[in-house]
Ligand binder design. Sequence first.
Ligand SMILES: O=C(O)c1cc(=O)[nH]c(=O)n1[C@@H]1O[C@H](COP(=O)(O)O)[C@@H](O)[C@H]1O
Length: 275
Amino acid sequence: MGFMQMLEAAWARNDSLVCVGLDPEPQRFPAALRDDPDAVFRFCAAIVDATADLVCAFKPQIAHFAARGAEEALQRLIAHIHAQHPGVPVILDAKRGDIGSTAAYYAEEAFDRYGADAVTLNPYLGRDAVQPFLDRADKGAVLLCRTSNPGARDLQDLVVRDAAGGERRLYQHVAATVAREWNANGNCLLVVGATYPEELADVRRIVGDMPLLVPGVGAQGGDVGAVVRNGRSAAGTGLLISSSRAILYASAGADYAEAARDAALALRDAINRCR
Ligand SMILES: O=C(O)c1cc(=O)[nH]c(=O)n1[C@@H]1O[C@H](COP(=O)(O)O)[C@@H](O)[C@H]1O
């Protein structure tokens, strides 16, 4: 099954638009795991097993593994999700994009080495820098459009002139270009931060029903109600509302997995009340 079909099925099966981000920070792990050499895998697998029936996707963030040489743990974690929770898609958050010859290896890394179902991509090198990902029609290409951080304004809001002479903001141009030109295989999604609900509404108007990955609720303070109202598709889905730290570190104690489940459930229900 391709990524988009998996996502549609997971939205329906778990009645959930929640994506749990897997951003392991060992200094925040419970004391019992601190001296465990396999702590990164064990921590994340426990979170996955506690929340898999409440989510539409998991999103491991590659730097949180690679920084401490835990790539093998990431590989095992993605294999664990596929084996134990089949049908829950995995988005590898790697924000790739490079000249074509290098991009081909990044695509191989994400999809063939790690077994991800989708990957986050930086569109600012242009189409050829993400083409090897777009060509994998059964995989999701999740392109940054209007990110959640304060500096998103620095470049993404600049007014640019397109080939036809029309003026719009750079993130609007990215949204329109991906929707109209890069999505020939129907496998594109866009990232829009929950911290900018007006821009989210704007992107939704531009791209129709294209799925949007929306990080920035929870630790970054985005408003869940505004995200759902401004970002949902006509069918009341179309969103992967991603939260990492507020779920992973809901408790610093031995009950961290149950606390993560409670936090994921509360987010799912808060979203569903607004759909
Ligand atoms: O691509 C992303 O996932 C992403 C895009 C964005 O605009 N903002 C953003 O915070 N993220 C990621 O979302 C995660 C942060 O989630 P929280 O811990 O819930 O704030 C990190 O892994 C970020 O890299």
